[in-house]
Design a protein around this ligand. Structure first.
Ligand code: URA
Length: 177
């Protein structure tokens, strides 16, 4: 994992490295069998290099607590390691080049449960295993089984920042974990 982190720090696979402060590397427990995959760093994450350390991170913590888990119990990463300018959506080309690191992380962790958070990581992960395009609105909270792996796509925690009712949808989906 140290080598993966070093390679992320030095990455120039796409142009996002030019404008970011720090890339986000993982956060949490490398021995965990539960992996959360977010979208991309925001301002706080860009400054700290830690995924989900800002407002969306607080919601993620609350969701984990609702099922008696802590950040130390799970492995948290992003599909895009560098902040896109002005928090714009990641481009397909950026996702495809950055997923190289996610794949290396998954190879090391060998998770039993993968929870992609939001449409970009959900699309990537479901497409990888099922070669099919799914909409997050249709698949959130559903459990997809592939041998010993369970994939449970979730809405992005930021979904609940401005709407308290939405946290209940997320909490219900988190119970599946
Ligand atoms: N949103 C994400 O998807 N990832 C982060 O690290 C922070 C906010």
């Amino acid at each position: 994992m140290k080598k993966v982190v070093k390679d992320i720090m030095e990455c120039k696979r796409c142009s996002l490295y030019k404008k970011r402060i720090l890339p986000t590397v993982y956060n949490g427990n490398t021995k965990s069998k539960i992996v959360f995959i977010g979208e991309a760093p925001g301002k706080n994450e860009d400054e700290s290099g830690t995924p989900f350390c800002g407002r969306a991170g607080k919601i993620l913590n609350e969701l984990l607590e609702s099922i008696n888990l802590k950040r130390e119990d799970v492995y948290v990463t992003n599909i895009i390691k560098c902040r896109p300018p002005k928090n714009r959506d990641p481009k397909k080309t950026e996702i495809n080049s950055c997923a190289y690191f996610l794949e290396r992380e998954l190879e090391i962790i060998k998770p039993e449960i993968i929870c992609p958070l939001g449409r970009f990581s959900s699309k990537y992960i479901l497409n990888k295993y099922f070669k099919k395009n799914f909409e997050i609105g249709e698949v959130h909270g559903k459990v997809f089984k592939i041998d010993n792996l369970r994939i449970i796509p979730m809405y992005h925690p930021a979904f609940a920042i401005y709407n308290n009712k939405k946290i209940n949808i997320l909490k219900k989906d988190f119970k599946k974990i």
